[in-house]
Design a binder for this molecule. Structure first.
Ligand code: NAD
Length: 402
């Protein structure tokens, strides 16, 4: 399969899936006498979560699972635990892991299922990511333990692609310092334009042209930029021509010619710390980097050095390691960044889609129905997702390296 083929298939199926999910009927064919514990790890919604029921990804609204369980009369089959308390030996997660059959988590508030936790989770059958990106699960350990790992592929890819375009423009046009001047009662045009450019005619490249990377290329084409990409799988020639995009045989060859680089590959052993001192040095002086993929793809300190030395003109994105990011994380205070907390893939529109997908995955599992192929990351002891496989994701996505 080509990357593009995979992409178009997933889009069609996704539409169908949203429809199917609302009509899901639970036959209770696999009902057991004892309840299945579903451990759901989400962020606290606070005032916003109480007021806005569309914030499905928070503890208060629990992906719509409470209502779904009620509507489908599943109270006797499922015991739902919902918590944000995920770190440390005394956390609610640690308490319930040994007896949980299903863990549902999100990349925005990840429940790190490292090797130790997976060994502890003796009853665990299914790890669902309500969103895209399952690197918070140690896939090698999940394979060994026979745990199925599944995510809602495609559910938030437009949300992220839009965020990337926004952050590229914010960096290149020097938006954040200009906005700060307004807030601070200042009016110093020269200080802003000192670092402000047009995006037109610049060279913009994406590491990976999967669902998100491809959509970034599509959205940037009308800006009249020179487009570049590297991926393990090449797009069909026709698509390359339509986008007028240049393929590179390696990340190294691409970053050397780009004014802006955006990272859109999954985190696995091949991509962990891909952007280290060496890779950052290869980037053009004065170029920009936008990473909404995963924090660990960057070597954190090497990035700070590249920004402080002005080798890179700016950095943006929304992914950190670990999450939530520490108050004193060095990226917060480095100059010339436009970082946000991890929210690009969790707009209210995206939440509706991945909450429905998570419920569909849980319903299928309970019913003994097969899952959609494109949702599966680990199945029957093997990494089956193409995005992770040839990166040899089974060689441990290291649990400890920052
Ligand atoms: P996808 O599976 O559609 O595409 C991934 C692409 O990466 C594939 O084309 C694959 O061939 C390529 N790839 C894999 N390993 C590579 C490598 N070593 N070098 C180059 N290319 C490689 O996934 P997607 O939906 O486009 O999402 C990509 C990633 O973005 C996710 O895995 C996740 O980490 C991240 N993401 C972040 C957010 C957010 O809110 N910030 C939301 C969704 C996804």
């Amino acid at each position: 399969k080509t990357a593009f083929h995979n992409l178009s298939v997933s889009v069609t199926i996704r539409k169908a899936s949203l429809f199917a999910v609302s009509n899901v009927s639970i036959t209770r064919s696999l009902a057991t006498k004892s309840k299945h514990k579903v451990l759901t790890v989400l962020y606290e919604g606070g005032e916003a979560g109480k007021r806005n029921k569309n914030i499905l990804g928070c503890v208060e609204n629990a992906l719509g699972l409470r209502e779904w369980i009620k509507e489908n009369n599943l109270e006797n089959q499922l015991e739902l635990i919902v918590t944000s308390d995920k770190e440390g030996d005394k956390s609610v997660v640690e308490q319930h892991l040994p007896t949980a059959s299903v863990v549902i988590s999100q990349p925005f508030w990840p429940c790190y299922l490292d090797e130790k936790r997976i060994q502890k989770a003796k009853n665990l059958k299914l790890a669902i990511t309500a969103g895209v990106g399952s690197d918070h699960v140690n896939l090698e350990a999940a394979c060994k333990a026979g745990i199925t790992v599944a995510e809602v592929s495609g559910s938030n890819v437009v949300s992220v692609a839009e965020h990337i375009v926004m952050q590229i423009l914010a960096l290149v046009r020097n938006y954040i310092p200009a906005y700060k001047q307004v807030i601070n009662g200042e009016w110093d045009i020269a200080a802003i334009v000192d670092r402000a450019y047009d995006l037109e005619n610049k060279h913009v490249g994406t590491v990976a042209a999967g669902r998100i990377g491809f959509r970034v290329l599509q959205r940037l084409k009308p800006f009249d930029v020179h487009l570049h990409y590297y991926d393990k799988f090449r797009l069909p020639e026709k698509v390359e021509k339509e986008l007028n995009v240049t393929y590179h045989p390696s990340v190294e060859s691409m970053v050397k010619v780009c004014d802006v680089v955006t990272i859109n590959c999954p985190l696995h052993p091949e991509t962990e710390h891909l952007f280290d001192e060496k890779m950052l040095k290869l980037m053009k002086k004065g170029s920009y980097l936008v990473n909404t993929a995963r924090g660990k793809i960057m070597k954190a300190d090497a990035l700070v050095d590249a920004i402080k030395s002005n080798h890179l003109a700016g950095y943006a994105g929304d992914v950190w390691y670990p999450q939530p990011a520490a108050k004193n994380h060095p990226w917060r205070s480095m100059p010339n960044h436009a970082l946000t907390p991890h929210y690009s893939g969790t707009t209210l529109d995206a939440q509706k889609r991945y909450a429905a997908g998570a419920r569909e995955l849980l319903g299928n599992w309970l019913n003994g129905k097969p899952q959609r192929e494109e949702y599966l990351i680990v199945d029957k002891g093997e990494v089956v997702s193409r995005a992770y496989t040839s990166g040899d994701a089974t060689k441990g996505n290291s649990d400890t390296k920052a």
